[in-house]
Each structure stands twice: as structure tokens, then as C-alpha cells.
Design a protein around this ligand. Sequence first.
Ligand code: COA
Length: 117
Amino acid sequence: MKFKYWMQIWNLSNKYRFSKIGFFKFFIGYMFSPNYKLVYVLDKKKDAVIGFNFIEHNRIKRLVVDEEYRGKGIGKKLVPDYCNLVCTDKKRDAVRFYQNLGFKIFFEDKHIVKLKR
Ligand SMILES: CC(C)(COP(=O)(O)OP(=O)(O)OC[C@H]1O[C@@H](n2cnc3c(N)ncnc32)[C@H](O)[C@@H]1OP(=O)(O)O)[C@@H](O)C(=O)NCCC(=O)NCCS
């Protein structure tokens, strides 16, 4: 994977206010363990990452599609069938997206929602 793609993922992560520490934890995990997987989609013309999914085992750790590319099925493509667990912040408007992919809520509090399928 090109280093510039990691930089683009870093920028997307920050643009949508995901934790920087979480990024580095994933990066290190990805370098050293086969349990960490990265799925990403490129805009080939721009040679730029427009969406990515950080996966640890079967759990979605961080899923982002850049705003201008949303609503085109890219998010759906980024979630492989073996991903069946996710925890999302309530501030993010993603619960219905996951429900659309067959996930069901099994835990909810003031801040987070956990879903599985
Ligand atoms: C959530 C996110 C990844 C969705 O990406 P996307 O590329 O727009 O999703 P898709 O186009 O593949 O949508 C798949 C389906 O979910 C629906 N959907 C997508 N986002 C939705 C939302 N916020 N609310 C309700 N439905 C939604 C779509 O309408 C589509 O339905 P359809 O199959 O019936 O047409 C994207 O909005 C995003 O990056 N959000 C910011 C970061 C975030 O919240 N990440 C998730 C937390 S880890």
C-alpha cells in the first residue's frame, strides 16, 4: 500500500474527527498482526482514497466515506460480510446505515450504540 494512501486516510480520519490515537493503534496493529484489516476505495482519476474501513477481527473500528462520495453505495461496499460488530458514537448519524446492512442494536447508552448481525 502506497504511503500517500495512509496520509489520505489520516486526513479523512481527522476531517471527520476520529481519534488520532485510534489511528496509530490501528496502524501499528495493521503492521504487525493479520487480525487487522484495511478495506479502502480509490477515486482512480485522482489516485485518492475516498473511503476506508479499519477492521479488527470481525469488528468495524472506523468507517468513513468522504462527503462528496456518500449515498453511492461505497459505504456498503466497504463492509465485508464477515464484519458483524460495530460500536458507533451517537453523534454520528450512522445507526440507520448499519441497520440497512442487517445490523441490530444490542446495547445503547447516552453516547454510544453497539450493533451486531
Ligand atoms: C456512514 C457512511 C460510511 C455511509 O457511507 P455511504 O457511502 O453514504 O453509504 P451507502 O451509500 O453505501 O449507503 C448504504 C445504504 O445505507 C443508507 N444510508 C447511508 N447513510 C445513511 C444515514 N446516515 N442514515 C440512513 N441511511 C443511510 C443509504 O441510503 C443506502 O441505502 P439503500 O441501500 O437502501 O440505498 C458515511 O455517511 C460516513 O462516512 N459517515 C461519517 C463517518 C461515520 O459516521 N462512520 C460510521 C461510524 S464508525
